[in-house]
Design a protein. Structure first.
Length: 84
């Protein structure tokens, strides 16, 4: 994490950016240990979207794009997408 204040600012604004897309926060946690392999991030957030269209629309939305500069100042963030 680069800047705790910016991280708090980013985290406080993400839920409003997710809401229009029907996204649901599933889990937010801190790394306890790496059991195998390499993993560099300490925090993990899992968000469920209704479908890939909602995910892509959220990611390219003006609401989320406005948060990107804050996230870049706050931490090294990796966004990943998985299908069930």
């Amino acid at each position: 994490m680069r800047d705790k204040e910016k991280w708090a600012q980013y985290r406080s604004k993400v839920p409003a950016a997710l809401e229009p897309w029907g996204a649901e926060l599933i889990s937010r946690g801190r790394l306890c240990s790496v059991l195998s392999g390499n993993h560099e991030n300490n925090d993990t957030v899992v968000i469920r979207f209704p479908d890939s269209k909602a995910l892509n629309n959220w990611h390219s939305s003006p609401a989320y794009e406005a948060l990107i500069p804050i996230s870049l100042e706050a931490a090294a963030i990796e966004l990943l997408s998985y299908e069930e």
